[in-house]
Design a protein around this ligand. Structure first.
Ligand SMILES: *Cc1c(COP(=O)(O)O)cnc(C)c1O
Length: 364
């Protein structure tokens, strides 16, 4: 049995008829950018998150950098972020000229909130929380720190659509929640797409204007903006997928639950879930000091895996100018050597799950 780390086609075929009907509907409507599909998706996604406003954008990275841009966070400012994240989180900070200040993760792959305070300076303007792998950060502590030091709170929810902390949706704890709908995300489009959610009317207005060349009214440009519009086809297809979001999330949760119950191998550590949180299992990430050997073994048994992520951002070539070297973030760097994402996708069959479990349990 050949198993790939992800199967996006399964998610398409599951709702094939609805996706195809919606595509034709938009194609035949004659309206392709900033129309009713985008407007409806924004309303529906805001409601899904329990947020007041949503603005559709062209990607998750755009959501991040435009968030910092409209908050006026740039040159000379510092933003606190966990070391173990996807590079886009960090680029969202640095595109505007701000400086990332890295903090080590806790046992849940989230920012270690007990190590934030020591990194706060008078230049610190914001904390960027990343709900990595669909796991939820310790929002009680983050919110407290942002209040105490008067910091902006931005959440990178690119991997955590529908995840909850104490029953409250991620993305709604601070100023802005940033989402990606890249096809492989839990709520995936069929191309690039993103959005922000916020409860602040002024922020939502500023982002809405910024995404369309800084204009509210056509050809009247208030600020130098960007072209970061969500298109009608993607918005329509996202509306289809959003209707099934509960089913999509429940399925991932049940696969993860099974993995956690049935994977038993002394060489492998399983992911832990923080109390009072609902992870949405964007990835099921195990740890092992025998990673190279495990990857090779799984490849031999035709099971594909991915490392999220082999090089932490502070050691990426792009960030050489920040001057960090190996050893600066020992926990982050150890994770980069030990983490491995095993197959996890909607439409994964019982037999596929069983085969993955059995094969991993037999690794020695
Ligand atoms: C995917 C991702 C992004 C970027 O989203 P794009 O739509 O690819 O630009 C940002 N942050 C995290 C944590 C991601 O996983």
């Amino acid at each position: 049995m050949k198993i790939m780390p992800n199967r996006m086609d399964r998610g398409y075929y599951k709702y094939q008829k609805e996706f195809e009907e919606k595509t034709l509907e938009v194609l035949r409507s004659g309206w392709y950018v900033l129309g009713n599909e985008v407007k409806s998706f924004e309303e529906e996604f805001a409601e899904y998150n329990g947020a007041k406003f949503c603005v559709g954008l062209a990607s998750g990275l755009d959501a991040l950098w435009i968030a910092f841009k409209v908050l006026g966070i740039g040159h000379g400012d510092e933003v606190i972020v966990q070391g173990n994240t996807y590079i886009a989180s960090v680029m969202g900070i640095t595109i505007n000229g701000a400086t990332p200040v890295f903090v080590e993760p806790d046992d849940y792959y989230s920012i270690d909130t007990s190590k934030i305070e020591e990194k706060i300076t008078d230049k610190t303007k914001a904390i960027l929380v990343v709900h990595l792998y669909g796991q939820v950060s310790n929002m009680d502590e983050v919110v407290k720190l942002c209040g105490k030091y008067n910091l902006r709170l931005i959440e990178d929810c690119a991997q955590s659509h529908g995840a909850k902390f104490n029953g409250k949706m991620v993305g709604t704890f601070g100023d802005i929640g940033c989402f990606s709908f890249y096809p492989s995300k839990n709520l995936g489009a069929f191309g690039d797409a993103g959005a922000i959610v916020t409860n602040d009317e002024k922020i939502s207005y500023d982002i809405r204007v910024f995404r369309n060349y800084g204009s509210e009214k056509r050809y009247y440009n208030k600020v130098i903006g960007a072209n970061s519009r969500l298109d009608e086809i993607q918005a329509g297809l996202l509306r289809v997928r959003l209707k099934h979001m509960k089913e999509i999330t429940d399925e991932r949760v049940s696969i993860a639950k099974r993995y956690s119950q049935e994977l038993k191998n002394k060489l492998i550590k399983l992911p832990k879930i923080r109390e009072n949180t609902d992870s949405v299992w964007h990835q099921y990430v195990i740890r092992t000091s025998e990673r190279e050997r495990l990857i090779e073994y799984l490849n031999k048994h035709e099971i594909g895996t991915i490392i999220h992520y082999p090089i932490p951002p502070h050691l990426a070539e792009a960030y050489e100018y920040l001057g960090f070297t190996n050893g600066y973030l020992p926990i982050t760097e150890l994770l980069a050597k030990e983490v491995l994402s095993i197959p996890m996708y909607n439409g994964m069959t019982n037999e596929e799950q069983e085969y993955v479990i059995k094969t991993i349990n037999n690794f020695n």
